[in-house]
Design a binder for this molecule. Structure first.
Ligand code: ATP
Ligand code: MG
Length: 285
C-alpha cells in the first residue's frame, strides 16, 4: 500500500542493502529506532536504545526478564510514549505515535498476554483483525454507492474469505467455530497470530509467541513465523527470551539487559559476545 513512500534518507548503510542472504532477499531499512529512552517514575525501562530493521528480515529482541523487551515493542506500537528519541517507519519519523496510526501504517502486533475474546469463536476472533479495513471500506463505499447494501454484503464475504485463507494457512480448520478460551494455549497463540495477520501487515511485532509452549509447539510456531515471512514477505520483529529458539530463525538479534542494548548482530556474533554471555549466565535462560 505504502511501498511508494519509501524514503531513502533513513536507509543508513545503503551499500549493504539488497544483498541476498541465501535465497532470501533482505531489503532497505524500514524501521529505525533512534536513541529511545523510556522511564516509569524512577524505573529506567529503556536507556538510549537504537537499532534498525530491514525489510523482509526476521529481527529478534532477546534479553532476561525485565530487560525492556515488551516496553520496546510498546514504543514502536504507540502504546508507550518514550521521553526521548524517535522512531522512523518507511521514512516517516514520529515522536509520538498512537496505536491506531501505527496499525494504519501496516504494523500489527501480538501480545505477551493474549488479547483474544475467549468466548468468541476462532473465526470471529480473527475477523476482529479485519476491523480497520472493514470500517475504511464501508466509509468509502457509502460515497460510491449509498444504496448498495448488496455491495456491503459482498465486502463482508470477501473479508470472511480472507479470514478462511488465514485459518487454512495456520492449519486450524478443525477449530473454526470453537470458542478460543477452550483451546490449548499453543493454539490460542496461533489464533492470536491469525488475528494480527488478518490486518495484512507489512511488519509484525510478536511478543513471546512461543511462551508457555512445549518443544513441538515451539517448532510449529517457528515454522509458521518463517512461512509468514517467506510467503507474505512480512517483516518480523520477534521477542523471545530463549536464546536457542531465536538463533535458529532470526537474521539479526538485538540483546537488551536492564534497559540497555548490550549486543546487536547476527546470531553468531551475538552468541559470542562476552557481555551477552555474562547477562545470560546466572539467569534461568
Ligand atoms: N506500565 C509500566 N509501569 C511501570 N513500570 C513498567 C511498565 N511496563 C514496564 N515496566 C518496567 O519496565 C521494565 C522493563 O519491563 P518489560 O516488561 O519491558 O521487560 P521484558 O523484557 O518484556 O520482561 P519479561 O521477559 O518479563 O516479559 C521493568 O522493570 C518493568 O517493571
Ligand atoms: Mg515482556
Amino acid at each position: 500500500m505504502r511501498h511508494d513512500t519509501m524514503n531513502q534518507h533513513e536507509s543508513g548503510s545503503a551499500g549493504a542493502a539488497d544483498t541476498a542472504t541465501g535465497q532470501k532477499k533482505i531489503g532497505e531499512v524500514i524501521l529505525d529506532v533512534h536513541n529511545i529512552s523510556l522511564r516509569f517514575g524512577g524505573v529506567k525501562a529503556l536507556t538510549d536504545i537504537s537499532f534498525n530493521v530491514r525489510e523482509h528480515e526476521v529481527r529478534a529482541i532477546i534479553g532476561p526478564n525485565g530487560a525492556g523487551k515488551s516496553s520496546m515493542l510498546n514504543c514502536i506500537n504507540g502504546v508507550y510514549q518514550p521521553q526521548e528519541g524517535s522512531i522512523t517507519f518507511r521514512g516517516q519519523t514520529f515522536k509520538h505515535m498512537n496505536s491506531r496510526q501505527v496499525a494504519e501504517m501496516g504494523i500489527a502486533r501480538t501480545f505477551q498476554n493474549l488479547a483474544l475474546f475467549k468466548g468468541m469463536s476462532v473465526i470471529d476472533n480473527i475477523m476482529t483483525g479485519r476491523n480497520l479495513r472493514i470500517k475504511s471500506n464501508l466509509f468509502s463505499q457509502a460515497f460510491r454507492n449509498p444504496f448498495g447494501i448488496g455491495g456491503a454484503q459482498k465486502e463482508e464475504e470477501q473479508h470472511r474469505e480472507f479470514v478462511e485463507h488465514i485459518i487454512d494457512f495456520l492449519e486450524i480448520q478443525a477449530y473454526r467455530k470453537t470458542p478460543v478460551g477452550t483451546l490449548p494455549y499453543g493454539l490460542q497463540k496461533r489464533v492470536d497470530l491469525g488475528r494480527a495477520l488478518a490486518m495484512e501487515p507489512q511488519m509484525l511485532l510478536l511478543d513471546e509467541p512461543m511462551a508457555g509452549m512445549n518443544l513441538e509447539e515451539k517448532q510449529d510456531m517457528s515454522r509458521f513465523i518463517l512461512d509468514v515471512n517467506d510467503e507474505f514477505g512480512t517483516t518480523i520483529v520477534l521477542i523471545e527470551p530463549d536464546m536457542g529458539v531465536v538463533m535458529d530463525i532470526s537474521d539479526r538479534v538485538v540483546v537488551l539487559d536492564y534497559g540497555k542494548k548490550i549486543g546487536d548482530g547476527t546470531p553468531d556474533e551475538v552468541r559470542n559476545n562476552e557481555e551477552v554471555i555474562k547477562a545470560y549466565l546466572g539467569t534461568s535462560h
